[in-house]
Design a protein around this ligand. Sequence first.
Ligand SMILES: CC(C)(COP(=O)(O)OP(=O)(O)OC[C@H]1O[C@@H](n2cnc3c(N)ncnc32)[C@H](O)[C@@H]1OP(=O)(O)O)[C@@H](O)C(=O)NCCC(=O)NCCS
Length: 181
Amino acid sequence: MTTRTATVADLDGIMALEHASFPTDAWSPAMMREELASPHGWYVVVEEAGHLVGYAGLRAVRGARDADIQTITISEAARGRGRGRALLRALLEEAARREVHEVFLEVRADNPVAQKLYLSEGFAEVGRRPRYYQPDDVDAIVMQLDLRGWVARRTEAAGIPASGDPTRTPATPTTSGKGWC
Ligand SMILES: CC(C)(COP(=O)(O)OP(=O)(O)OC[C@H]1O[C@@H](n2cnc3c(N)ncnc32)[C@H](O)[C@@H]1OP(=O)(O)O)[C@@H](O)C(=O)NCCC(=O)NCCS
C-alpha cells in the first residue's frame, strides 16, 4: 500500500472511484480537476499493486483558521482495513502543517459508517443542512474538529513531543466554504 500526494494526472482514476462511490451525486471531472489543481487544495491517493484504491481531499486556504474535508473514498473491495482512517489522518496532518484551528465537513445523514469514522477522530456534530444532498433528498450533518486538540491527542498517544506551533494565529484569518463530503 502506498499513500502519496495526488496530481491532475490521477484525475481518471479518481473519477472512476468517484462514480462508483457516489452514484447519484458524483462531482464532474471539471470540478475534480479544479480541486486537484488548486493551491488551496491538498489531495492524497492510496494505491495497491499499482491501482488507485482511495483518495481524499482537503481545502485549506493559505492563512485561514479553518479548513474543510472535501471528500474521502475507499474502493468497496478495500474498505474496512484502516485505509479510510489513514487518509483522514493524512489530511488532518496537512491541515495542522497549514496551522489550521478548526476542520469542518459535511456527511450524509444516511452514512453511519463515515459518521462513525469522523466521531472516532474527535469530530462533533454542529449543525444540519436539511435536504442538502439532491436528488436523494438527504440531510447533511455538519461536523467540526478542534484540530489543536486532535494534534495534542495524537502526540500524547504517540508519546512524542509536539512539533511546530499549532496554536499560532494565522496572519490573515478567513472563512472558507464547507466541504461537500
Ligand atoms: C467511509 C470510508 C472512507 C471509510 O473507509 P474504510 O477504509 O472502510 O474505513 P476504516 O477501515 O479506516 O475504518 C475506520 C472507521 O470507520 C468505521 N467503519 C468502517 N467500516 C465500518 C462498518 N462496516 N460499519 C460501521 N463502521 C465502520 C469504524 O469507526 C472504523 O473504525 P474501527 O475500525 O476502529 O471500528 C469508506 O467506507 C468509503 O469509501 N465509503 C464510501 C464513500 C463515503 O461514504 N465517503 C465518505 C463521504 S463523507
